[in-house]
Design a protein around this ligand. Structure first.
Ligand code: ADP
Ligand code: MG
Length: 251
């Protein structure tokens, strides 16, 4: 199972959700988290400090290193393919490569028997890196922040997904939209949830993840939410998503 966590908007909890799902899936499965954002927030958000000369996902994409040499293990059960700011160069370096959209897909083929689940944390843009994630993935989780205008950006994303499906990766399925940073007592959250549920024909809308300072705290502490604060209210929405991923993987 290869799952992309994508939304071209920044700050919607892609990285936090990838780490949360990784923490939960690792309870019973082998799991790899791929940091595909030059900001490297996933890498630092699980407590990894990279040495100056340590290879990253950039070296794998540009064939300077083999993926198995670059993977880092963590104390949370999952492994990580780390990134740092050098990854920003990949868009330029790979622009003229014939198979530029399929590089990650081909790299991950060698890991099929190693991991039950691979989660890809996408950057907040629709460039080459996100395209590689969408071409490598079987399924897609779209975190959406419970904010006005959040729903608007989704249309463009869904169109891109349709194009990828038609041209590059017919296997790609949207697992669902995950509303994040929900404040259930506010009109704004209620409005966003209502709009998502009524306007996304045929796309599952998961139970919302509530807004809580425990999430930024967990990022700062470098731990998934179920390890940092195992509160039912915070973890259960992620457990719903993890369960669907496990069902797909077992089927
Ligand atoms: P993205 O990867 O989409 O840019 P992040 O996962 O980095 O988003 O999240 C953006 C910010 O929001 C981070 O500071 C993160 O700690 C915080 N955050 C994520 N989820 C929640 C939540 N449920 N409640 C409050 N803050 C959150
Ligand atoms: Mg991020």
């Amino acid at each position: 199972m290869i799952t992309a966590i994508a939304n071209q908007k920044g700050g919607v909890a892609k990285t936090t959700s990838t780490i949360a799902l990784g923490g939960l899936l690792s309870e019973g499965n082998s799991c790899l988290l791929i940091d595909l954002d030059p900001q490297g927030n996933l890498t630092t958000g699980v407590g990894i400090t990279l040495a100056d000369d340590q290879p990253t996902v950039y070296d794998v994409l540009t064939k300077r290193a083999h993926v198995k040499e670059v993977i880092v293990s963590t104390s949370f059960g999952f492994s990580v393919l780390p990134a740092n700011e050098i990854l920003a160069q990949a868009e330029k370096d790979l622009a003229n490569h014939d198979d530029r959209f399929l590089l990650l897909r081909d790299i991950l083929k060698s890991l099929r028997s190693t991991f039950d689940h691979i989660l890809i944390d996408c950057p907040p843009s629709m460039g080459l890196l996100t395209a590689n994630a969408l071409c490598a993935a079987n399924t897609l989780v779209i975190p959406v922040q419970c904010q006005f205008f959040a729903v608007k950006g989704l249309e463009g994303l869904l169109k891109t997904i349709d194009t990828v499906k038609k041209r590059l990766n017919p296997h790609l399925q949207v697992l669902g939209v995950l509303p994040t940073m929900a404040e259930p007592n506010t009109l704004m959250t209620q409005d966003v949830l209502k709009t998502l549920r009524s306007e996304l024909n045929g796309i599952r809308v998961f139970n919302p993840v509530p807004k809580s300072v425990k999430f930024p705290e967990s990022n700062y502490a470098g731990a998934p939410i179920n390890r940092y604060a195992n509160e039912w209210r915070l973890v259960q929405p992620y457990r719903d998503v993890a369960r669907e991923l496990m069902i797909l993987q077992e089927g």
